[in-house]
Design a protein around this ligand. Structure first.
Ligand code: NAP
Ligand code: MG
Length: 734
C-alpha cells in the first residue's frame, strides 16, 4: 500500500458464500462510511485472485492483477492497519485444479497444475501453485494473537432462542480413536533457544547426508519442537480401527485438517485411503500408480482414474463390501469421508457430530454412531473428553450454558500451523538431525521410510504478547481462566516456563489455572454447564478447534463469533466469524437463488473495526458509525432478521436491507453528531417507507437458478445483478 493513498479500512475480497454476500453488503457499507469520511478499500485474497497474481508473465497487461496478499502482509505490520478479513478458500489440490480450469476457460492463459512436474517450467509452476495451496492467507495476515468470543448480544440471543441439539445417550457407541505410540504427540522433543540461531535439517543415511532444509532462522527465545509420525504404526492403527468399526457396527470416520496442515495431513489421509483399499493396492498398486493414482488426492480421484479398468473396479467393489459403513459427506451422491481430503475438516466435522448427539450420516442416509479416527493424540483428548462428558451428563443446554472465550497464540506462524516448510515425508530410513550454526545438534530422531517428520516453533515476542493478552482479558472479565497446557508434553512444558514467571511478575498467578487439554475440557464443560463463563488460553491449533467447538455447542455456529486479532505492531485485524466459506451455500444460490449465509460475523467485525479506527486515528465520526453498527446488529438479532435456510423465505440480502435500515435509524437517532443524523434521517425514512416494495423485489427473484458466471471467479456484473436485485434499495443506497 506504498503508492496508493492509505485507506482507513480494508475489506477483503474472498471466495464462495462470503464473497456473494459482499456483493450486496459492501455497497451499503461504503455508502454509510463515505458519509462519515471513512474510506473502505478492497484487497483481493481470493483463490482465483492469488492464482492470477502468481503468473503475471503468462497474462497480457489487461488481465494482470497485483499481489494484494503480499501488500496486505506488509500493511498488517504497520500501526495503521485496519483489516476486515472474511473467510477465504484454503485450497486442496482438487479445488486448486478446478479453479485453474475455470480461469483457463475464462481465457486466462495460466499453466495447468503440474501433478508430476518434469520440465523446469513445470517445476516452477508447481512451486508457485504450492505456495497458493492450503492455508496460504491467514499465516501471512495473522501478525498478532487472537481474541475470540461471542458478543454479549449474540450470546444472549442464543440463550433466549436455544437451538436444537441431538440427544446423547449413555450407551452411545461413538468414540474417538487415537494412536497410543508412534504419533506426533509421543515423539515430540522441544527446547527454548538461549540465543538467535540458524538451523539446518538433514537426513543421515547409510548413503550419506541429504539436506532437507537449510537456513531456518530463529530469534533468541524461540521454542523449537521436532517430532515425527511413524508410518508403520499409523498403518497398523488405521487397519485396526477399520476392523474395530466393523465389529462394533459403527461408522468409520477420519478427521484431519488437510487444508491448514497442508503437508502432513494429506499424507495421513492417503495412508487411510490405502488401508481402506489395502487388498486392491496390494494387487494392483503398480498399475494404479501408472494410471496416476495418488492416494492423498482421495478416493474420488482414484475412482475417476481407474473407472475404465473393470478388473480394478470389481476388486474395489469386493473390498468395499467387506468394509464397515463409512461416514458420508454426501450420501445422495455417494461421496464418502475418504473421497476428497478437504471435505471433512476436523474443527467443523467433530463439533457437528457432537452437536448431533454423537451421530454421523451413513451411506443409508441415516444417522449412526461412529468411531472418530484422529490419528495424532495431541488434541484428540479434547473431543474424546467432550464425548465422554455428554455421555455422562446428557447434552448441553444452550439456554442456560455459560460461554467459553478464547485467547489463542497465533502470531508469526506459531506452533504446528507454521510447520509446513519444515515438514517432510522421509524418503529413506536414517536419522533426522536439526543442526544449529555452531554445529550442535538441537534435536534428532531415528526415522523409517515414509515417516512424517516435522519441526514447529513459537517465538518469544508472540508468546509474551499472548500471556499479556490473557491477563488483560481476565482482568476485564473476572472469568475463570485456564491455560490449556500439558506439563507432560515437551512443547507445552517450554511454554509453561514462559507463562508462570509473567503471571508471577504481574501478581496474577492466583487468577490462572494450567491444565492439560483433557482436564481443561472437562473443567470448561463443568463451568459452562453451571452457567458460568471461562477463558480458554490455548496454542494455535486449539485456538482453531475450540473456537468452532464451543460456539457450535453454545450458538449453533461459529460464524457469529467476534474474532479480533490485536496486531503486535499496533494495527487491528478483524476476522468475521470463526467459520469457513460455506461452499454448500453457493450451490444453493446457484440452484434456487437463495443465499442462507449469515453476515452477522461481518456486522460484528465492522463494528469493532470502526471502533478501532475511532481510537487509533481519533476519528469521532467513526465512533458514531461504529456504535450505530452495534445497534443495528442488536436490531437484527432482536427482531429475528437473520437469513432463513429455506428458499422463499428471507435470505442474506433481506438481512442486509434490515441492517442498512437499523444502521440508518441508529444514526438518525443519535445526537452526538447532528450532521450525520441529518444525513441519515431521510435514508432511514426511505428504507422504512419502502419496506414492502424492497422485500417484495428481493423475494421475487428466489426459486429459480442464478447465474453468477463462475464459481471461483464470478463475473462481477452478473454477481452484482444477482445479489442486488432490488432497484428500490439500490436507488436509496445510491
Ligand atoms: P464452513 O465453511 O464453516 O462450513 C460449515 C457449515 O457451517 C456450513 O455449511 C454452514 O452450515 C455453516 N456456516 C458457516 N458459516 C456460516 C455463515 N456465515 N452463515 C450460515 N452458516 C454458516 O466450513 P468448511 O466446509 O469446513 O470450509 C469451507 C471452506 O472454508 C474451505 O475451503 C476452508 O478452507 C475454508 N475456511 C476458511 C477459513 C478462514 O479463512 N478463516 C476458516 C475455516 C475454513 P449449513 O450448510 O448447515 O448452512
Ligand atoms: Mg476453525
Amino acid at each position: 500500500m506504498a503508492d496508493t493513498p492509505r485507506p482507513d479500512i480494508v475489506y477483503t475480497k474472498v471466495d464462495e458464500a462470503p464473497e456473494l454476500a459482499s456483493a450486496s453488503l459492501l455497497p451499503i457499507i461504503r455508502r454509510f462510511a463515505a458519509a462519515a469520511g471513512v474510506s473502505v478499500d478492497t484487497k483481493d485474497i481470493s483463490l482465483a485472485g492469488r492464482i492470477l497474481a502468481a503468473f503475471p508473465e503468462h497474462l497480457p497487461e489487461g488481465q494482470r492483477v497485483p499481489d494484494d496478499l503480499a501488500e496486505l502482509g506488509q500493511w498488517v505490520k504497520t500501526p495503521e492497519a485496519n483489516v476486515i478479513k472474511l473467510p477465504n478458500i484454503s485450497a486442496s489440490v482438487p479445488q486448486l485444479v478446478e479453479a485453474v480450469r475455470e480461469l483457463q476457460d475464462q481465457g486466462f492463459a495460466i499453466p495447468d497444475y503440474p501433478h508430476e512436474p518434469a520440465t523446469d517450467a513445470e517445476k516452477e509452476a508447481r512451486a508457485r501453485y504450492d505456495a497458493i495451496k492450503g492455508s496460504a492467507v491467514n499465516p501471512v495476515l495473522r501478525e498478532g494473537n487472537s481474541d475470540r468470543r461471542a458478543a454479549a448480544a449474540v450470546k444472549k440471543f442464543a440463550q433466549d432462542n436455544p437451538h436444537r441439539m441431538g440427544d446423547w445417550s449413555s450407551d452411545s457407541k461413538t468414540r474417538v480413536a487415537s494412536m497410543e505410540a508412534g504419533d506426533f504427540r509421543s515423539n515430540e522433543v522441544s527446547a527454548t533457544l538461549d540465543r538467535a540461531a540458524t538451523a539446518r535439517i538433514v537426513l543421515e543415511t547409510g548413503d550419506g547426508e541429504t539436506v532437507l532444509k537449510d537456513g531456518v532462522t530463529y530469534p533468541e527465545g524461540t521454542v523449537v519442537d521436532a517430532t515425527y509420525m511413524n508410518a508403520d504404526k499409523l498403518d497398523a492403527f488405521l487397519a485396526r480401527e477399520i476392523e474395530k468399526a466393523k465389529d462394533e457396527g459403527v461408522l468409520f470416520s477420519l478427521h484431519l485438517k488437510a487444508t491448514m496442515m497442508k503437508v502432513s495431513d494429506p499424507i495421513i489421509f492417503g495412508h487411510a485411503v490405502k488401508q481402506w483399499l489395502k487388498p486392491v493396492f496390494d494387487t494392483y498398486g503398480d498399475e494404479m500408480k501408472a494410471a496416476g493414482v495418488d492416494p492423498s488426492a482421495g478416493l474420488g480421484d482414484l475412482l475417476e482414474r481407474v473407472k475404465d479398468k473393470p478388473e480394478i473396479m470389481s476388486a474395489i467393489e469386493a473390498v468395499r463390501a467387506e468394509r464397515p459403513a463409512m461416514y458420508m459427506v454426501d450420501s445422495d451422491n455417494g461421496i464418502t469421508n475418504l473421497h476428497v481430503p478437504s471435505d471433512v475438516i476436523i474443527d467443523a466435522s467433530m463439533p457437528a457430530l457432537i452437536k448431533a448427539g454423537g451421530k454421523g450420516w451413513g451411506p443409508d442416509d441415516a444417522q449412526h454412531d461412529a468411531v472418530c479416527v484422529i490419528p495424532d493424540n495431541s488434541y484428540a483428548p479434547v473431543y474424546d473428553e467432550t464425548i465422554e462428558f455428554f455421555k455422562e451428563h446428557g447434552k448441553l443446554d444452550p439456554a442456560t450454558a455459560g460461554t467459553v472465550q478464547n485467547i489463542g497464540l497465533m502470531a508469526q506462524k506459531a506452533e504446528e500451523y507454521g510447520s509446513h516448510p519444515t515438514t517432510f515425508e522421509i524418503p529413506q530410513a536414517g536419522t533426522v538431525k536439526m543442526v544449529l550454526d555452531d554445529g550442535s545438534v538441537l534435536h534428532q530422531h531415528e526415522v523409517q521410510e515414509g515417516d512424517i517428520w516435522r519441526a514447529a516453533s513459537a517465538r518469544k515476542a508472540p508468546i509474551e504478547d499472548w500471556v499479556n493478552l490473557a491477563i488483560d482479558r481476565q482482568r476485564a472479565t473476572g472469568y475463570r481462566a485456564i491455560f490449556w497446557l500439558d506439563a507432560t508434553r515437551p512443547h507445552d512444558a517450554e511454554l509453561i516456563s514462559y507463562v508462570k514467571p509473567i503471571l508471577e511478575e504481574k501478581g496474577m498467578a492466583d487468577r490462572f489455572e494450567i491444565m492439560a487439554p483433557r482436564e481443561a475440557t472437562r473443567a470448561s464443560l463443568e463451568t459452562i454447564t453451571r452457567g458460568e463463563n471461562t477463558i480458554a488460553i490455548t496454542g494455535n491449533v486449539l485456538r482453531d478447534y475450540l473456537t468452532d467447538l464451543f460456539p457450535i455447542l453454545e450458538l449453533a455456529t461459529s460464524a457469529k463469533m467476534l474474532s479480533i486479532v490485536k496486531l503486535m505492531n499496533g494495527g487491528g485485524l478483524f476476522e468475521t466469524g470463526a467459520g469457513g466459506s460455506a461452499p454448500k451455500h453457493v450451490q444453493q444460490l446457484q440452484a434456487e437463488n437463495h443465499l442462507r449465509w449469515d453476515s452477522l460475523g461481518e456486522f460484528c467485525a465492522l463494528g469493532e473495526s470502526l471502533k478501532f479506527l475511532a481510537e487509533a486515528r481519533d476519528n469521532a465520526r467513526a465512533k458514531v458509525l461504529g456504535e450505530a453498527v452495534e445497534a443495528a446488529t442488536q436490531g437484527i438479532l432482536d427482531n429475528g432478521r437473520s437469513p432463513s435456510r429455506k428458499v422463499g423465505e428471507p435470505d442474506n440480502r433481506d438481512s442486509h436491507y434490515w441492517f442498512a435500515r437499523y444502521w440508518a435509524e441508529a444514526l438518525a437517532a443519535q445526537t452526538e453528531d447532528p450532521e450525520l443524523a441529518e444525513e441519515f434521517a431521510p435514508v432511514a425514512k426511505a428504507l422504512a417507507e419502502n419496506e414492502a416494495k424492497i422485500t417484495g423485489e428481493l423475494a421475487a427473484v428466489q426459486g429459480q437458478p442464478a447465474d453468477i458466471g463462475g464459481y471461483y471467479h464470478p463475473d462481477p456484473d452478473k454477481l452484482a445483478k444477482v445479489m442486488r436485485p432490488s432497484e428500490t434499495l439500490n436507488r436509496i443506497i445510491g
